[in-house]
Design a protein around this ligand. Structure first.
Ligand SMILES: Nc1ncnc2c1ncn2[C@@H]1O[C@H](COP(=O)(O)OP(=O)(O)OP(=O)(O)O)[C@@H](O)[C@H]1O
Ligand SMILES: [Mg+2]
Length: 478
């Protein structure tokens, strides 16, 4: 049919590094396809070739039977990358108009009304109830994504390709986005969605495609597949080794962090204690001030009021909330990025010795987190999204402080790595470290937090224990 996409023998290398090896795929109308596979498997590379970001590939692309070099110029195909390409300082209607202007030749007044109407229609398509004059900067991350989807639909997109758009969204926002994608599929469009979140894939997709090391290893209807079945598909080789660990009972020790009536950033007053051997979880919506609590705990924001007391060695390590802006140094190697904040650990009079120790530790971390590619001298900037996350997480571990402040620790990582990260957090807990985990991912909370609370409007709500979580609908709280 007119919008059917066909990929034949798609092969791509970056220098000597082969990333895709002869991928064959067809996507038809009315399909909701989940594109999955481990970090570094080649999913984003495949999508960027379709989008015309990367050329220099072997193989063929067709749409509606016609051969094309990419789908970039097609208004019937739209891409949602993590960078949505919206301008924060402009209104929704202005963002929707961007790039459209030459098509319209109305008088000024009429033009404005027609555009406002068109914009309202675009918002209706995605179920976003906001005045079209709203500045994009006033929207939540999920609402921004809905605007980006609405813009594509308004321009006639019949195929939407969505690369991990939900990984930075709160659970509610993610559900709204997925719901609106599902409605477009029900209306006959095609959606190809990359996500590492099993529940999302199981909720909406009718077909699953798995890529492993640049090869297609699975392409099947999702019918009949439950969560365990999906995990088995994704971690076929050693599912047992990656089973979830049980939480050990540990009596918490001395307080490693005490916030007492602290105000700062967008939050306050907040009080909170994290003890040795304890994982404290916080969650909340975008704009709740959730991440500011983490930055206060880490000392990155100076409190305007209240007291912060630190126990133990007083040192903290932070996994920052926004990897894109605060993550790593693109031009530096994996080793350098891992070692960057841990330098005192390798302090040695002999530079050469220090370099060697640093390397050994960094290499061990690369193996432990299965950073791919394994070559620790590769540039951080060339890593896939999930592998960057692994390096940022590994860097905090190598700092080996008493207190860890982990923001969105599992963002964008594959099923296997997620479990490895949970295991590492349990290890930290067992070794007597304290962990403050700030996450919009309920699975993180359920898996490792000893107690947890919701941050709302700059305040921390009542804590519930892990035991009570089973009987509580946390999603209803948030
Ligand atoms: N511009 C680039 N230069 C060199 N290598 C790259 C480049 N972009 C990606 N790669 C490599 O290609 C491989 C596939 O990366 P890709 O981003 O497609 O993975 P992915 O499946 O999207 O992973 P994730 O789930 O972590 O997002 C990785 O080994 C990555 O390091
Ligand atoms: Mg990717």
């Amino acid at each position: 049919m007119a919008h059917d996409i066909e990929i034949r023998g798609l092969t791509k290398s970056f220098g000597s590094h082969a990333v895709l090896h002869g991928i064959d795929l067809r996507f038809g109308e009315g399909e909701f396809i989940g594109l999955m596979g481990p970090n570094g498997a080649g999913k984003s590379t495949l999508i960027k070739i379709l989008a015309g970001v990367y050329g220099g590939y072997a193989g063929e692309l067709r749409i509606g039977g016609a051969q094309v070099s990419s789908l970039a110029a097609r208004s019937d195909v739209g891409f949602i990358h993590q960078d949505l390409g919206l301008v924060d300082d402009l209104s929704i209607v202005d963002n929707l108009r961007m790039g459209e202007a030459p098509l319209r030749r109305f008088g000024a007044l009429l033009d404005h009304r027609a555009e406002a109407r068109a914009a309202a229609q675009a918002l209706e398509l995605v179920g976003l109830d906001r005045p079209v004059e709203t500045l994009v900067s006033a929207l939540s991350p999920g609402e921004k994504t809905l605007v980006a989807v609405g813009r594509l639909l308004a321009r006639g997109a019949r195929v939407l390709v969505v690369d991990e758009a939900t990984s930075t969204l709160s659970s509610g926002d993610a559900q709204r986005l997925i719901g609106s994608l599902k409605r477009t599929v029900d209306a006959g469009a095609t959606v190809i969605m990359v996500s590492h979140k099993l529940s999302e894939i199981l909720a909406v997709c009718d077909r699953i495609v798995v890529i492993l090391d640049g090869r297609l290893v699975e392409d099947r209807p999702i019918g009949g597949l439950d969560r365990d079945g999906l995990v088995r598909l994704l971690v076929a080789r050693d599912a047992e080794a990656h089973a979830l660990e049980e939480r050990e009972a540990i009596e918490p020790g001395e307080p490693l962090l005490e916030l007492d009536g602290v105000c700062g950033g967008r939050v306050g007053p907040v009080s909170l204690t994290v003890r040795a051997g304890e994982v404290v979880g916080l969650t909340g919506l975008a704009g709740s001030g959730l991440h500011d609590v983490a930055l206060l705990a880490n000392g990155s924001i100076r409190p305007a009021d209240g007291r912060v007391r630190r126990g133990g060695d007083g040192r903290t390590a932070l996994v920052p909330p926004y990897r894109e802006r605060q993550g790593g140094f693109d031009d530096q190697s994996i080793v350098e990025n891992l070692a960057i904040s841990a330098l005192p650990r390798w302090r040695s009079a002999v530079r050469l010795l220090r370099g060697a120790a640093e390397r050994t530790d960094a290499e061990a971390m690369v193996r432990r987190l299965a950073v791919s590619p394994r070559d620790p001298d590769r540039a951080y900037g060339d890593l896939s999204g999930g592998n960057k996350q692994k390096v940022v997480f590994g860097r905090a571990l190598l700092r080996a402080p008493g207190l860890y402040v982990l923001c969105e620790p599992t963002r964008g990582v594959d099923v296997q790595t997620r479990r490895e990260i949970y295991r590492l957090i349990f290890e930290l807990r067992r070794s007597g470290a304290g962990v403050l985990m700030v996450t919009s991912d309920f699975e993180d909370l359920a898996a490792v937090a000893d107690r947890m609370a919701v941050v709302d409007d700059g305040r921390i709500g009542a804590f519930i224990s892990a035991d009570d979580l089973a009987n509580t609908d946390l999603e209803a709280f948030v």
